[in-house]
Design a protein around this ligand. Structure first.
Ligand SMILES: [Zn+2]
Length: 189
């Protein structure tokens, strides 16, 4: 089922998600299928459960559509349930990021170049894995969503100010997307 995507400005995107209860396999599997369908329908390469209003620590990254830019992403897909960051490198990397919750906004973001993560996969097996390059970047971006952060938070304030008008517009729901969105119509911006 395709779900609406929550936009920047909604409380869900600013809240910390809870660990998923691994005993509730059926519900988790259904949510993952819905998130996957929603992500592909919106031409996204990653999605976190809070972006569809589910406050659980679950994310998907899928690099398939980015393979023409980063060939090593051709078969790169991960489903992560309750991911935990174990290590991050001191070395940093800069990549341009975008987000389904912040349509038509792309900014360069600096983050650690490599990370080690422990998580449960879609088969509920525990995995420990290291990531680098753009795969690492996608996972870091989605893990931020589980803690109520979005990528613009990681951009220097002076550059964030330049896109403030655009951010306010998104929060008011002034977006043109091919997918259904949900925004906070009550809050002042
Ligand atoms: Zn995002």
């Amino acid at each position: 089922m395709i779900l609406p995507i929550y936009l920047y400005g909604t409380d869900e995107l600013r809240s910390t998600a809870k660990e998923a209860d691994l005993n509730r396999k059926e519900e988790i599997t259904k949510l993952i299928a819905d998130m996957d369908e929603t992500m592909h329908h919106a031409d996204g390469c990653g999605i976190a459960a809070p972006q569809v209003g589910e406050m659980l620590r679950i994310l998907i990254v899928d690099g398939g559509d980015l393979a023409d830019v980063y060939d090593y992403l051709k078969d790169f897909k991960r489903v992560m349930i309750n991911p935990v960051l174990l290590e991050e490198s001191e070395e940093e990397a800069v990549f341009s990021e975008g987000c389904l919750s912040l349509p038509d906004l792309h900014l360069e973001v600096r983050r650690p170049a490599r990370i080690r993560v422990r998580y449960y996969n879609e088969n509920f097996e525990e995995v420990e894995e290291e990531f680098d390059r753009f795969g690492c970047r996608m996972i870091q971006h989605e893990m931020d969503h589980l803690d109520g952060k979005v990528f613009v938070d990681r951009v220097p304030q002076i550059r964030r100010k330049l896109v403030q008008g655009r951010l306010s517009g998104i929060a008011r729901g002034c977006v043109h997307t091919s997918y259904k969105v949900k925004f906070n119509s009550r809050k002042k911006h």
